[in-house]
Write a new protein. Structure first.
Length: 97
């Protein structure tokens, strides 16, 4: 196990993880940020997308160990984002999934 230290949703975090632990598993299992979903786990569907240093990344095919020192934003970190709020409202209004 290695110590993985990075910033998630503007908060410094640190946890132990195996070298092959995906970023998706890291945020879900170590940080309890279960808003990051897993679908295909092959980098195809996009269900696991997070922002990695401000750029969308598929966390199922990104090693957590490769993200040491990075800034990660999960869906939980977008609670105050205006565009996300509008999108959530539209999903609710239109009964979208
Ligand atoms: Fe489908 Fe990551 S789970 S792209």
């Amino acid at each position: 196990m290695n110590t993985i230290a990075l910033n998630v949703n503007r908060r410094a975090v640190e946890a132990l993880a195996e070298p092959r632990t995906s970023l998706a598993d890291f945020v879900r299992d170590k940080l309890d940020l279960t808003g990051t979903h897993l679908g295909c786990e092959h980098g195809v569907c996009g269900a696991c997308t997070v922002l990695l240093d401000g750029v969308p990344a598929r966390s199922c095919i990104t090693y957590a160990a490769a993200c040491v020192g990075a800034d990660i934003t999960t869906i939980e970190g977008l609670d105050e984002d205006e565009v996300t709020a509008e999108l959530r409202a539209a999903f609710t209004r239109e009964h979208a999934l």
